[in-house]
Structures are given as C-alpha cells and as structure tokens.
Design a protein around this ligand. Sequence first.
Ligand code: IP8
Length: 271
Amino acid sequence: MGKRIVVKFGGALITKKDEQSVAHTDIISNLCSVVKSITEEGIQVIIVHGAGSFGHLKAKHWRLNEGYLPDYEQSDEECLSQLDAVEHVRNDMLKLNSIVLSQLTDVGLNPISHPPHEWASNLGPEFNGTLERFASEDVNTVHVSFGDVVDVDDERKFGILSGDDIVARLSIELSGVESLVFAMGGVDGLLKVPPHLATVDDLIEEWSPEVAYEGVHQTEIDVTGGIGLKMTRGYLVAKNGVSVHLINGEYPMRILDFVRGKTWRGTTILP
Ligand code: IP8
C-alpha cells in the first residue's frame, strides 16, 4: 500500500473570491509544482479544490444551497431559473477544474478528474457515492475532485456539496492516507482573531475543539461553511488517525517542508 496525502486547494486561495470566475493561475501553478515535488518523494497526492468565485457567487444569488424553491422567481441575462443556474454553476466549476488539470499536466503529472455531480449525491460528510474511482495508487496519477452542485434525493432536488466534505471521506476511507492539508488563502493557518486584525502571534499552532478562535464567515458570498466547516471536518479526520494541517497555500514550500519533515508554519488539528 502506497503513501498518500489529500490536499484541499481552498477556493479563496485559487480564485479571486469576489469577482466571478477569475482564477489565480500563478498560485495554482506554484501549488502544482509542489504537488509534483511531493510525488517525487513517492507520495501520491489527491487534490480537491474549492469553488471560490466560480461557484459561490452564482450559487448564493440563486440560493442553490437552499435546494429547489418552487416559488423563487428570478431571471438574469444568463439564467432563467434555479435549474438553469445549477447547470451554469456545474459548468463554471468544470472550467476551474480544467485550469487545475492543465497545470498538473504541465508539470508532468497525470490528473484524473472526478466531477461530483457525475458520481455523488446528497450532502454532508456522509454524502452518497462510491470512492472506488479514487483507488488507483500510481504516484504519477493525481485524482482531482471539487466542491459542486449535486443531486439530493428529497424535495430539495439539489444542493451544494463542499470540497471539505469530500476531503473528509477521502482521507478517512481511502487506504494509505497519512495526512490531509488544507491549503488556505491569505492566512498562515487558524488564527485567534479575524485575519484583518491578526498579527504574527495570533497563529494557533495546535488546535482541538476546546481552543477558542474567532472566525469570520463571509455569509454574503459563501454558501458552504467557511472556516468552521473546515475545523469540524478536519477534527473528524484527525480522530480517524490521519494528521490534519492548515497551511498558507501562497507559500506552497511550507507544504513541501511539512511533507519532508522540516519546520513549517501552520496549524495542526489534534485528535
Ligand atoms: O468551496 C463549494 O465548495 P467549497 C461548491 O469546497 C460550490 O465549499 C459549487 C459553491
């Protein structure tokens, strides 16, 4: 059984969060170079990316996180209905995904994409969908998935499956996963105070649920759970024996330092 690491590329890291469908291609490219270096250590990397401005803005506008709302009447220049918006957001996510895939190909890796709306349904950490498709363990193969709009088997019809739920299941259920790394945008890890108030001393290096932090959740643009969801899912994974870390993805060498057992800056979630 080979060694594996699951890495979540945060949506706020790889996209400009408040501008529809703008990707930070330079950051994605640097992350992919680090992924390549990790594979050279003989470790297979599984990537799940967030949605950022390719998913949250339209999903919020069309209230897709609330499921199907029969009385919700809206239309704009792009979409005529919520069902239309579901297709649009799925396509936008495929566009972001294709940027990640092409950067992985450029560094010489063999990415395989697994769009959740094709294989997953229902929401939360116990969403339905078999993970067999992620089974192949060749180090050069990078399985890639992402937060998406998926079908829901009740009157909601659809909903938002966060990449944070996908990383939780992958880390817990796949064989050989040693670590889960959340690569974050704009922060060195979990901070004691909201990022705009924080100094270098506000990094929480080790976190478990009794350690207090004051997270901001941008509910006006974010349809999933923000930092709170990450910590809850991270803790679930840590309790299952996988090491879980939050690292600033704008300094992706820190991820490599962690993998190589060197000193690195970030947060570890304790089981
Ligand atoms: O950014 C959200 O995924 P996340 C997916 O990983 C959509 O929470 C489509 C908004």
